[in-house]
Design a binder for this molecule. Sequence first.
Ligand code: GAL
Length: 344
Amino acid sequence: MVSGFGITSKGEKAKLYSIKNGKGMEIAVTDYGATLVKVFVPDKENVLQDVVLGYDSAEGYEKGDVYFGASVGRVANRIGGASFELNGKTYKLTANADGNSLHGGCDFYNKRMWKTVKAEDRSITFSLCSPDGDQGYPGKADIFITYELTEDNELKIHYHAVSDADTIMNLTNHSYFNLSGHASKTALDQEVMIAADAYTRADAESIPTGELVPVDGTPMDFREYKVIGQEIEADYEDLVLGKGYDHNWVLNGNGMRPVARMRSKETGIMMEVMTDLPGMQFYTGNFIISEAGKEGAEYKKRHGVCFETQYFPDAIHKEHFEGPVVKAGEAYDTTTVYKFLVEE
Ligand code: GAL
């Protein structure tokens, strides 16, 4: 199903596409930013809950700056000093975060109209042509993002891109989840589990120092389910610097695998995150002040949390971090799955 989703300040008409499966799940995505707008999941009482934060129309997404449901690129997360070297050449990016480049730096992918290239019953593909020099990055990149809803209540996001010159790339989705429902206020009472024995330590500007720190004995330990708010205010330097959880976890294993879970006792909704990527930013919405959201909801600090699967932040400056160089003509191909279940 497709409907109008408002008009941007440039006069572009946005569309909202809904996809339903046979299990009562439904998602809605817009071509404005290739953004995930709604995720309806039946709860333990079979009541549909929309579990992602968002706005009612493209206008909201255009104004907003906290990346609700956003497709982020060309390089999600931070690049220290807003510049990098590739093949002996220095590339300057826009410094939009303490002298560093964050989520592309400028002219954000989530604030552009994407092209709808394929709209099917259970999936939709958006594309964006990011020209050579876009945001400061080399190479013209053709980017495709596919959202698919399966009969197993999996929301699959597939990223595919090819650049005509060597470049760096790190695409992610910045959805904020609240499994008690998007308008239910805090997410701090919900539980999270992250299959990671370590995280990347970051400085006061959230740039990794290069150190991989074991989570053992720290508030960063989510190897077993833990209430998000339990230790979030702990006097632990890295947490204080991050103003809450806003770090990259070094995910155990490799290849497509389950990496995290979240659950709400209130609705019984459980979400499992799977990815083939090495890292994940678990970000607890520390910087949301007050956002006028969907259906009159007001979102505040920590009303939703993000599971941004990724190559490690600032990987281009750290030899021991995998990625994010993509060679000319080679496919960038990665998938992240958010799967929903109900626990009684
Ligand atoms: C996260 C990032 C946070 C913050 C947020 C957007 O990905 O780690 O520090 O910038 O995006 O508000």
